[in-house]
Design a protein around this ligand. Structure first.
Ligand SMILES: C[S@@+](CC[C@H](N)C(=O)[O-])C[C@H]1O[C@@H](n2cnc3c(N)ncnc32)[C@H](O)[C@@H]1O
Length: 237
């Protein structure tokens, strides 16, 4: 396929879900770009990043192309190659004639987001790249709970998957504060750390947000997807 090169690709962090937690810079760019690309995990799902900026899209008066390619959550490389190729083709096809494009991502683009993967498969099709930071899910959780993640010289670690990283257990044992993304089993975390102070934010910033502030043992549901768990070691049972 002949590439129509874009002059600028923006990687935009739209924050955790609350539309008001968007930077002014992100707002301005989202009002101006020719195309918005919003990744979603499944064909039958909506992009949560797109949901977050829905109002801005409705407010726009100039023409806008919106593309929602599927970036599945899988480790199957063959499947990933297939979907990334498909996403590239879809964006190039629908973006013909566009000069600027924004790739939107929940939270911050530097934190476990698909933006840098997208950039990898798309870098030959753009002249310039700019990344706009966003409010992370964990800073939003700590703000709602009014509990600092770390103070003084405390060490804080982010654990995306306890099983998937060989350093995870050592990191969990040596950090003062821990941020678990998509916590898979809060009971196991309690077994490792004891009954510590915990902040659990589920769908933070969205209409059906749930917040829990208490002890690890008090968390009823053990597994959550759009959830962030902050555990502070300082407090003993
Ligand atoms: C692929 S990571 C993306 C992180 C994101 N880039 C950030 O800066 O927060 C997805 C994980 O982030 C966390 N997350 C993102 N948005 C969230 C929200 N609105 N509420 C709670 N957790 C969220 C969840 O742990 C989720 O499984």
């Amino acid at each position: 396929m002949k590439i129509n090169k874009l002059s600028k690709l923006y990687g935009i962090g739209v924050g955790p879900g609350d539309p008001e937690l968007l930077t002014l810079k992100a707002y301005r760019i989202l009002k101006e770009v020719d195309m918005i690309v919003a990744p979603k995990s499944r064909e039958d799902k909506r992009s949560l990043a797109l949901l977050t900026i829905e109002k801005i899209i409705k407010e726009r008066e100039n023409e806008l192309i919106v593309v929602e390619p599927v970036f599945p959550m899988t480790k199957d490389q063959e499947k990933l190659d297939y979907y990334w190729k498909k996403a590239r083709e879809e964006v190039l096809e629908k973006g013909k004639g566009c000069e600027t494009m924004a790739f939107v991502t929940l939270g911050d683009p530097s934190m476990y987001s698909t933006f840098y993967r997208f950039l990898e498969i798309f870098k030959d099709a753009v002249d310039g790249v700019e990344v706009i930071p966003g409010v992370t899910s964990f800073s939003s959780c700590s703000s709602i709970a009014k509990v600092p993640i770390a103070e003084g010289n405390e060490v804080v670690s982010i654990v995306p998957d306890v099983k998937g990283n060989k350093n995870a257990v050592q990191v969990i044992q040596s950090s003062d504060s821990l941020i678990f993304l998509k916590p898979k089993n809060t009971e196991k975390i309690e077994n490792m750390l004891g009954n510590k102070k915990a902040i659990l934010g589920v769908k933070v910033g969205f209409k059906d947000q749930e917040m829990f502030i208490g002890k690890l043992s008090e968390i009823k549901e053990k597994t959550h997807y759009l959830a962030t768990l902050i555990v502070k070691k300082e407090e003993e049972e």
